[in-house]
Write a protein that binds this ligand. Structure first.
Ligand SMILES: [Zn+2]
Length: 207
């Protein structure tokens, strides 16, 4: 158990309990966290289509490792409604509040950060030098906007590794973060093509 059951009441958050990561008192954001999401959610929210109409959330799957792998990685996912707090910021408030420990953080997100999140993440990485962040994105969010381009460049300058999700990354997310039971998953037909499309856009942004 321990998984999220859809939208929860404001201010109520389920966090998985795991050793050092204790649930903390949380602001009233509509953030849902859990260990695994439904197959439907994954297939809809993570699909790397060129235009993401109807997809107004960010789904963020995370993995937190400590250097040397001393403790088991912490894994889970978060989702937001884009009207309130965004999953990217919520992660650093709820899952990894500020402390002096060193962490290697890997995210698989349905869409790249918005302007505001990119700036907040760059700021967090500048303040928390012992946190390394790698972000694998399914889609690029509003990548034609100059502010987004600047934001993503600043994020990478702050040390963030930014990549697009390859077909094998979608399989990895399915295997790890989806409550799949006995269902199997094959990446959609245009998955690789879309990945290549976005990869080129990202390369243009970061060059
Ligand atoms: Zn955002």
């Amino acid at each position: 158990m321990g998984k999220a059951k859809g939208q929860q009441e404001q201010g109520q958050i389920t966090l998985k309990e795991n050793g050092e990561f204790q649930p903390i008192e949380l602001p009233p954001f509509e953030i849902v966290t859990g260990e695994q999401m439904s197959p439907f959610y994954f297939k809809f929210q993570f699909r790397n289509v060129e235009y993401s109409s109807g997809r107004n959330k960010t789904l963020l799957c995370f993995r937190v490792d400590t250097p040397g792998g001393i403790t088991e990685p912490l894994k889970g996912y978060m989702e937001d409604e884009h009207a309130t707090a965004h999953a990217e910021e919520a992660f650093f408030q709820q899952v990894l509040p500020k402390n002096s420990e060193a962490y290697e953080v890997t995210w698989y997100v349905s869409s790249s950060p918005c302007v505001s999140c990119a700036a907040k993440l760059a700021n967090i990485l500048q303040q928390r030098k012992n946190v390394r962040l790698s972000i694998f994105c399914s889609r690029l969010f509003e990548w034609e906007q100059p502010e987004i381009v600047e934001g993503l460049r600043a994020l990478v300058s702050a040390g963030c590794k930014l990549r697009m999700m390859k077909p094998c990354d979608f399989v990895l997310v399915w295997e790890t973060y989806v409550e799949k039971e006995d269902q199997s998953f094959t990446p959609w037909e245009d998955c690789k093509e879309n990945y290549e499309y976005y990869m080129e856009k990202l390369a243009d942004i970061l060059k």
